[in-house]
Design a binder for this molecule. Structure first.
Ligand code: FAD
Length: 385
């Protein structure tokens, strides 16, 4: 431990012995089996089943269901993000959005059928909310429709950016009931007739995590596929509150990775006859990066306390999402600069972190949308309408 080892400000010391030992295992696995191994698939923009197996074998598919502390779960997400943000996003979508939604909004039968397979990561789901024409305003604008037809529902519409839709067994599709305008959610098999997912190519970050354009053309599902707890947009928000906060942990991990890469580079690289590490302006950049990472971490430690106490509000989650991802964006920009020209190639890792930070800055509500949620809570005035 200790400052120089970048041990997360001693945050692991707040865990009990069992969770601390498990976290150390996750750190070791992530550093030895994910970090270097993720560079090739990232460059080739390919999903990596062997990296998924690392997460599954470590038992991380059940994070949400085991009754661990929020701080443990958060630190696990930070450790995985420190190794690779794409696989961290796979893990986060899986636990926070898919397992979280089925567990919170599913029927007892749906929970029995889906949760054991999800916990083992033998099954993956996708979370299909965003649409081509409705991203930030999806709550108001959602146009995918659900029409009751006898004992079935028929779904029509399009979704965009849907993570894992090309590899998942099912997607949780959010749609508007044509009868009464209510937003509902359905568990939709990705092999059903009328369901199509086309990968979005040439992303500048998060290149292992496959995102897709999805079309739903008269997809027919039985009533038993409807999540009974998903009635109206309030239901989405109970889940998004926690998944938004989770992005803050990703920002912590990404910043620690940037700090590690930059620090080791400036110790080696010589200019003007001595290591870059010896120049005052270089140390200033490192200090700024460390300060950003540490303040993101400190925010998240307190957020974990609120989660365990059951008092996390959407405004808290939006505030930390906006703040930590902005800090991460500055941190990776400073780090990329410290590597000079070598910061431009993923051979030195930093460019990968730099691209990945952009994805994190945009999903789970952009910077502006999260700031407007905070602004609304502070002023009592909504800037959305
Ligand atoms: P827009 O809403 O068009 O926003 C464009 C710009 O306008 C942004 O800067 C935004 O902040 C700004 N803006 C919009 N409204 C306002 C306003 N009122 N005031 C000020 N500025 C405003 N979605 C899913 O459902 N499932 C997923 O698995 C998923 N994964 C994703 C993975 C990646 C890598 C990315 C990039 C996105 C993913 N998304 C996913 C979608 C993501 O949530 C949306 O991209 C995001 O909400 C922004 O929507 P948009 O892209 O339509 O941008």
């Amino acid at each position: 431990g200790g400052f120089a080892e970048l041990d997360l400000l001693g945050a692991a010391g707040l865990l009990d012995q069992h969770e601390r030992a498990r976290l150390a295992d996750v750190h070791h696995l992530a550093q030895t089996l994910l970090r270097r191994q993720s560079v090739d698939p990232w460059n080739r923009e390919e999903f990596a089943p062997d990296l998924l197996a690392v997460l599954a074998d470590a038992g991380l598919g059940a994070l949400q269901l085991e009754g661990t502390s929020a701080l443990f779960r958060g630190l696990v997400h930070a450790e995985v993000a420190r190794a690779d943000l794409s696989m961290s996003t796979v893990l986060g979508v899986h636990n926070e959005l898919v397992v979280g939604v089925v567990d919170a909004l599913g029927s007892p039968e749906q929970r029995r059928a889906l949760l054991p397979r999800l916990a083992a990561m033998r099954s993956l789901g996708a979370f299909a909310l965003t649409e081509p024409e409705h991203g930030s305003d999806v709550a108001r604008g959602l146009t995918t429709t659900a029409r009751r037809d006898g004992t079935d529902w028929v779904l029509d519409g399009a979704k965009r950016w849907i993570g894992l839709a090309t590899v998942a067994e099912f997607a949780i599709v959010w749609a508007r009931d044509v009868a009464d305008g209510t937003v509902r959610a359905f568990v939709v098999g990705t092999d059903l007739p009328g369901f199509a997912a086309v990968p979005i190519r040439n992303k500048i970050g998060l290149r292992i995590m496959q995102n897709a354009d999805v079309t739903l053309d008269g997809v027919r599902v039985p009533e038993s596929s409807r999540l009974p707890g998903a009635v109206g947009f309030g239901a989405v928000n109970t889940v998004l509150r926690h998944s938004r906060a989770w992005v803050g942990w990703q920002a912590v991990g990404l910043q620690l990775a940037a700090l590690e890469v930059a620090r080791s580079y400036v110790r080696e690289r010589q200019q003007f006859g001595r290591p870059l590490a010896g120049f005052q302006l270089v140390q200033q950049s490192l200090a700024r990066m460390a300060g950003n990472a540490a303040s993101s971490l400190a925010l998240m430690v307190q957020v974990a306390r609120l989660q365990d106490a059951g008092t996390l509000e959407m405004a808290h989650a939006a505030m930390v999402k906006a703040t930590c991802t902005a800090q991460a964006r500055e941190t990776v920009a400073l780090g990329r600069n410290l590597l000079g020209g070598n910061g431009m190639t993923t051979d030195y890792e930093m460019a990968k972190l730099f691209g990945d930070a952009e994805a994190m800055y945009t999903y789970e509500g952009t910077q502006e949308i999260n700031q407007l949620i905070v602004g609304r809570a502070l002023t009592g005035v909504s800037a959305f309408v």
